[in-house]
Design a protein around this ligand. Structure first.
Ligand code: COA
Ligand code: MG
Length: 279
């Protein structure tokens, strides 16, 4: 798995049974969680389970990421001691409030890729452009509504009609634009109702249309739906190839017509990105 992961499957690292299931799933990336899904009394046991995993360096297997506890947490130092292991592809940093948090973590972890969860505190909403720093190991940004709603003292994340409230839709859009501005992968947040596959599909397809290239998962049953939603369709690939071919045939043209529609530079950029992701 070398391209940006489509599905990022969370697994509480203190559950040997779930860890085994996650490893056997088709997720592009597994996030072994040491933070919110693991109570303090279980954190040491969770680290021991991760130490006991032997790397399946199978070509095409899922990337291994570890969600550590947040900066300032008493647990972080011990979490980071796990990271010397080559099998671990990257670190997921929860409750990040700005690019400076990534810089601070990277001072302790070097060049290992970092996926920051960027909308979990009230202050975090004001820092979404700050991830755009040169020579950062930042690789992905995702957003979270659960911790944000708790931080804001919200009674619900939803409007009376059931739709996600404006505050969370704003957080989601700021994460998308912030990640694109930083040149890293924008990853959509979790869909917690893991029995509602239709709802998940609609949300994942909407995210893909908007520009997200992957989504967090909390249950193995969500992986196939997410992978499908973030795989460019055959039609989209065909159209992208036609756009790239049209510009290749007329390298001096700024604007062209493909299938009866105007295409210019932004369409070419988008077409290249679709072809990259379809590999
Ligand atoms: N990774 C791996 N295996 C998982 C899993 C996950 N994220 N979620 C569920 N499973 C396993 C279950 O252990 C169960 O295994 P079994 O058939 O051998 O008993 C099977 O998949 C079916 O699970 P199900 O009964 O549908 O769900 P559950 O009630 O056991 O678990 C959750 C529901 C939400 C507790 C569970 O999905 C979970 O722990 N998700 C991840 C939570 C997390 O990491 N949160 C932090 C990020 S927001
Ligand atoms: Mg959390």
């Amino acid at each position: 798995m070398t391209a940006a992961p489509r599905s990022w499957l969370f697994v509480p690292a203190d559950s040997e049974k779930k860890v085994a299931k996650a490893l056997a799933s088709d997720a592009d990336a597994i996030i072994f969680d040491l933070e919110d899904s693991v109570v303090p009394a279980q954190k040491a046991a969770a680290r021991d389970i991760l130490k006991g995993l032997t790397a399946s360096e199978v070509e095409g297997g899922p990337q291994w990421w570890v969600r550590v506890n947040p900066l300032g947490s008493e647990h972080l130092k011990q979490d980071l001691e796990l990271l010397g292991r080559s099998a671990i592809h990257g670190i997921v940093l929860p409750k990040a409030e700005g690019g400076w948090d990534v810089v601070e973590l990277a001072h302790r972890t070097g060049s290992i890729p970092i996926h920051a969860i960027v909308t979990e505190t009230a202050a975090s909403l004001f820092g979404l452009l700050s991830y755009r720093t040169p020579q950062s190991p930042l690789a992905a940004m995702s957003w979270g509504a659960e911790d944000l709603s708790a931080a804001l003292g919200a009674a619900s994340k939803h409007d009376s009609d059931g739709a996600l409230s404006f505050t969370y839709r704003m957080a989601r859009s700021l994460c998308l634009a912030g990640a694109v501005a930083a040149g890293v992968q924008p990853v959509d947040g979790v869909f917690t109702d893991f029995k509602d596959d239709q709802g998940l599909r609609a949300e994942a397809e909407a995210a893909a249309r908007e520009g997200f290239t992957g989504k967090l998962a909390i249950h193995p049953a969500q992986v196939a739906t997410i992978n499908a939603a973030f795989t460019p369709s055959a039609d989209a690939v065909k159209h992208a190839k036609a756009i790239v071919a049209a510009f290749a045939a007329q390298p001096d043209a700024g604007v062209l017509s493909v299938d009866g529609k105007m295409v210019d530079r932004p369409h070419l950029v988008q077409a290249r990105s679709i072809l990259e992701r379809s590999k």
